[in-house]
Design a protein around this ligand. Structure first.
Ligand code: FRU
Length: 494
């Protein structure tokens, strides 16, 4: 029997989501349909399908008491909406069902592990938040909270671990039971990733601290994920309060990837390198799953906590997910490419080869806001070019500008004329590299988003655009000779 809180959320959705004009929503990026979403949760395979839950507040375009919304897909591109999975309706999570993950149990049930939040008053009358880990069990549609909640509390933390910042369990199964990584704040005020073990998914014990921030990469580390990839071990986490470092890490909420080695027997992770995961303005809290054919696929919230008060006028939803991306390791670095299933949706394709680019130009058939387009540039002759500029989502007034400066190897994306009536961060710069004199940029656009993949996924950069739909033009320009290939695919979705 669903609780009154869960019923209310579903009734609200059923009544109001159908009123949201379809043209406002992206075509293949997940939203809540109506209301607010943040982190992806429970991204996992269950009974042969991919399930995705998300932090959800149906009633508002602002964050509020956290529910879990729920969708599923067979191909990462078209998603089926399922009933709201959880509401903050039990003692252990009365102030929010925060982020978490999911796994299929051997008996065919789906286990959700998430952070339950309780707000309490301390002796001085101040509100204090307690975070602990909870479980719910279900059949892929409806879920019941576990009567033994919470299953991991402050009592289970290593000495000095914060009870207020203890969240976002990511669970997976191994031969000897279940493991989960959870973010925690350490006595130095920064973050750490703790690992727990359970023989059955229900009874948990602290194992080790896999890695800790020590005030080097931001402060609190949120939303960890931990998995083997191409002979390496990857630890993903989303630090708060990052300070900028070169062009690799920007200030604020970031996502870092720690690549290293893992001694499974000793549960010992040895970090070898740290890199940014996405170089755009909008990317946070990623989570991964392993597909039956062995692909590690990642999805993230395509937003940024710093800009959540900047809403698009008149729109009744806020927040969307990135396109799921296939991960690999190349030369010790994380590589991300759009899931290959996207190709199944290719519609009309237009190709131009060996185009000489100088004055600003358009190309026939190269325009649109729902597309997958790859642009490859190289120098024309030995003198060559210094700057190459591509403009997308463009009309007379609006545009988003992608500029490559050869002498510094810096790619700059500038959406300050992307339709935002807000003075927020609109520009990101990052260093890219040419391969044999070529730079390859793949752009995936879905109405109000732009995801750029550089050199077959060597870098990715995600941006939300508020540009009106009628701004469909794409142009190219350089200050010297550029020879360019363009391959554009329309996407036939719904
Ligand atoms: C990250 C986060 C998580 C938390 C959730 C709350 O975006 O702050 O740490 O569980 O959002 O909605």
């Amino acid at each position: 029997m669903p609780s009154k809180e869960l019923q209310k959320a579903q009734e609200f959705f059923d009544q109001y989501a159908p009123l949201v004009p379809k043209e406002e929503l992206p075509l293949f990026h997940v939203t809540g349909g109506i209301g607010w979403i943040n982190d992806p949760n429970g991204f996992s395979v269950y009974q042969g399908e991919y399930h995705l839950f998300y932090q959800y507040h149906p009633y508002d375009i602002h964050w509020g008491p956290m529910h879990w919304g729920h969708v599923k897909t067979k191909d990462f591109i078209t998603w089926e909406r399922l009933p709201v999975a959880m509401a903050p309706d039990s003692e252990a999570d009365r102030d929010g069902c925060f982020s978490g993950s999911a796994v299929e149990l051997p008996d065919g049930r789906q286990l959700l592990m998430y952070t339950g939040v309780q707000r309490l008053r301390d002796e001085s009358g101040m509100t204090k938040e307690i975070q602990h880990q909870c479980l719910a069990v279900g059949d892929g549609i409806t879920y019941e909270k576990y009567e033994g909640n919470p299953v991991l509390t402050g009592e289970d933390l290593p000495a000095g671990g914060s009870r207020q910042d203890f969240r976002d369990p990511k669970i997976w199964r191994e031969e000897d039971g279940y493991y989960a990584v959870v973010g925690n704040r350490t006595p130095d005020g920064s973050g750490a990733i703790l690992m727990f073990h359970s023989p059955d998914g229900f009874h948990w014990k602290y194992v080790t601290t896999l890695d800790s921030c020590q005030n080097e990469y931001g402060k609190m580390w949120e939303c960890p994920d931990f998995f083997p990839l191409d002979g390496k071990q990857v630890l993903l986490t989303s630090p708060q309060e990052m300070l900028p470092m070169s062009l690799e890490f920007h200030a604020g909420f970031g996502v870092i990837c720690l690549v290293g080695a893992y001694d499974v027997g000793k549960h010992c992770f040895c970090r070898e390198s740290v890199q940014a995961v996405d170089y755009g303005t909008d990317f946070y809290a990623p989570q991964t799953l392993l597909t039956p054919d062995g692909r590690r696929v990642m999805i993230a919230w395509m937003q940024n906590w710093t800009t959540t008060s900047c809403h698009k006028n008149g729109v009744s939803y806020f927040g969307e997910m990135t396109l799921p991306r296939e991960l690999s390791i190349r030369d010790g670095r994380l590589v991300q490419n759009p899931v290959r299933e996207l190709k199944k949706y290719y519609g009309r394709s237009v190709t131009h080869r060996n185009v000489y680019v100088l004055e600003e130009m358009n190309l026939s058939g190269i325009r649109g806001r729902v597309l997958d387009m790859t642009v490859t540039i190289r120098s024309a002759g030995s003198a060559g070019y210094r700057t190459f500029i591509m403009r997308v989502a463009k009309d007379g007034e609006f545009e988003t500008c992608i500029r490559y400066k050869r002498e510094t190897s810096i790619l700059r994306v500038d959406r300050s004329r992307g339709g935002f009536p807000y003075d927020i961060v609109h520009r990101r710069e990052f260093r890219v590299r040419e391969f044999e004199g070529e730079l390859k940029l793949r752009l995936v656009m879905d109405r109000h988003s732009l995801e750029i993949f550089v050199n077959d996924g060597e870098q990715a950069a995600s941006f939300i655009l508020y540009t009106r739909d009628s701004a469909q033009a794409i142009s190219f320009k350089s200050d010297g000779g550029v020879i360019m290939d363009v391959e554009k695919h329309e996407l036939n979705i719904r």
